[in-house]
Ligand binder design. Sequence first.
Ligand code: MIG
Length: 884
Amino acid sequence: RRQKLLCPGKSSYQALLDSVTLSDENVKFQIIHEENKVLLQVEIYEIAGNIFRLKIDEASPLRARYKVPDVLIKEPTTQRLFVSHKEAGILALSSVNGDYKLRVTANPFQVELQSKGETVMSMNSNGLLYFEHLQPPPSDRKPTAQNEETASDYYKEKQEDLGLWQEKFGSFLDIKAHGPSSVGVDFSLHGYDHVYGIPQHTETLLLKNTSDGDAYRLYNLDIFGHKIHDKIGIYGSVPLLLAHKPNRTSGVFWLNSSETLVDISTKAVAEHLSSTSAAETAKQRAVPVTDVRWMSESGIIDVFLLMGPTAFDIFKQFAQLTGTQALPPLFSLGYHQCRWNYEDEQDVKAVDAGFDAHDIPYDVIWLDIEHTDGKRYFTWDKKKFQNPRKMQEHLKKKKRKLVVIVDPHIKVDPTYTLYSQAKEKGYFVKDRNGQDFEGICWSGSSCYLDFTNPEVRKWYADQFAFKTYKGSTNILFVWNDMNEPSVFKGAELTMQKDAVHYNNWEHREVHNLYGFYQQMATAEGLIRRSSGKERPFVLTRSFFAGSQKYGAVWTGDNTAEWSYLKISIPMLLTISLAGISFCGADVGGFIGDPEPELLVRWYQAGAYQPFFRGHSNMESKRREPWLFGEKNTQIIRKAIRERYVLLPYLYTLFYRAHTAAEPVMRPLWVEFPEKTETFDVEYEYMLGNALLVHPVTEKQAKTVSVLLPGSEEIWYDFRKFKQMEDGSTLKIPVTLENLPVFQRGGTVIPLKTTVGKSTEWMIDISYELHVALDTEACAVGELYVDDGHSFQYLHKKQFLYRKFSFHNNILTSSCADESGQYQTSCVVEQVIVLGFGKQPTFVTASSKGGTEKEVIFTYDTKTSALTLGNLALSIDADWEICIN
Ligand code: MIG
């Protein structure tokens, strides 16, 4: 509210350019507010890799302000900025290579960032910088005799209106120990009218103008039955915004973990021309500008300007700061079967057997909160789960895994070791009076572990040791829920902002980081229980920038309605753009009961999304895939099997996400950055660079309109292999059986030739390559293989990274990374070349150093698909197939 009182106009801040100091690290100067005369320190950094960082803090604050720790993976490497020009009121800085210019204007204070002469962004150009300096609490102020009364009256009034020192939220009173401390500023993104990112909202991919409504809110909340098309924050947040135009993508990363609002407005302005002769002025065009105003309740201004210039550069830049996606264990890319709750050991066994009986592959069965002894996490319900180890041994024999839920609230119960230990060690978040904060959650009266404390995280991680976590085995993995944190009977069902964490920071400062820290500690615990050998799998509901390092996220409690299936696509794309590739939505919809058609459609969509889990609420009817009649079972089986066949491609994409920060699931515009018609497409997407997926999200759809972008592209039906007609938007007929998926010409997709009961049953199954030719009759693709579960790929370089390329009618398999080695007897059994011009006369295959052999082939003249069979070419060897 206080930030919002400030309207666009001339800023009251002035830069004191006499105070400029330059070092290898940064450029520093002070700015002053005209009225309150408080000095702020500005620091500008250039970070290697086309990133600029701008920090604004008080020059001498009453006490230190919160600076988000642990999100940046390291202190960024800075480069020296140079003063390229100085005149009265202007400081012009230049990057080492001269590509970037920063122009600081003194009065009013503004910063403009240019790349090779093009103004890309500016800061405070609307004058919305507003930085509340810390003040002594009112009682400490020494009123002078004359102003005593008026001052306190004034104070009271202001206070009530604007919540300076305390605020009421329903029956909850938030006492702000350190008073007002909000920060905010505006950025103008020049030439942009498409902006994306800042998850998590149930909103469109393209961010909307907020001028006549609510701002996008970043405040992690557990909102049961949340609505669609709402800008209220749910569960997780990543304060990264991307802006895109045909020749450039930029990013703004606002590193602040307190409640944050983002206002967006796009307008057209006259093109900014440096020389303004009459002739040129006449030529001026209207160009768009998007203004993005960030406002946070607390902390400092610490913002990273990611200069791209491509979307893939932005992903790399963000990953350079916050890390890349953890490489998931292969099993976690399989299908997950969850429910609140699988009741007991018999139920688990029966569901597990059901998958075999119905010939449906799956990897993981999940246990929700009811598996515990009275919601005491790390324990088991003694009646329902009498022998959890035995149950896990059973699953292990079937080469499957178990995931159990571990929430952050700890039941107040002195006989519960976790509680009594944490209590004794002082590991809980405190209330404003210094007592352990008590809230209500699943376990009744509960305390909340203070994960912001590194010692608590270490202790928590130790709880996952096999010896400590009774009944756990090495096939047990973890799910962190309720970690916004969710506090029943708390303001907005979360923790009071005046609760107190480690080092005396108020909850308001760290709120959006709470879930991030729990997942960090959990992942650490799973790594440590295996003495550093095994990759963890941890699913979290709440997240922040950097959560990708620790595992997967899901979109929380969606509803079993068509509109939620539909919105899950832009929601997952947005999360993916924000660095978190491993994401998914509850298949079927958590709340309610999907009609069978919706369930089927959801399985088909989920099979082509990064994290694939069926889940349902306690009140929902049972929903195992075989409960909806033979026909639906068969279609769901087919969808899940397609997922398993696709795993080599998906795993390779995750390797790219892990090593090169490329999102697994990506909006079309990322792959087709110059095709403006893709910029707002959100109901279809690319899986890697090769597959275009268009889930069916309409009831009883007979056709779907699919945009196949790029006039110079060739697209193929992924299953029928035939080339699609030209023309960018096609009406594709659909039946319940099929989900429209297309392979892009110029790509090679590695698949498995068949499926097994789970990923572990599939290790030795041979591969199949789908080589889709482009207009030049070329294609390239990759395959990444390792043991699928350990860190040996990292420590011992035990992996295979292969490259396939098709050129001049020769398909070659070569090594894409000589540093990796991995023993496997797996072979490529079959190759299908899509869009092959004519029936070949003969085909030969030869391994490097081996003999040439003739290859059996079939050619389909209708589809132009050439199938090469019985190849038996090792995946770890170099070979060639020549088609004559
Ligand atoms: O408020 O643990 O989003 O997946 O099944 C409900 C029970 C608490 C919310 C999660 C949901 C989970 C449920 N939890």
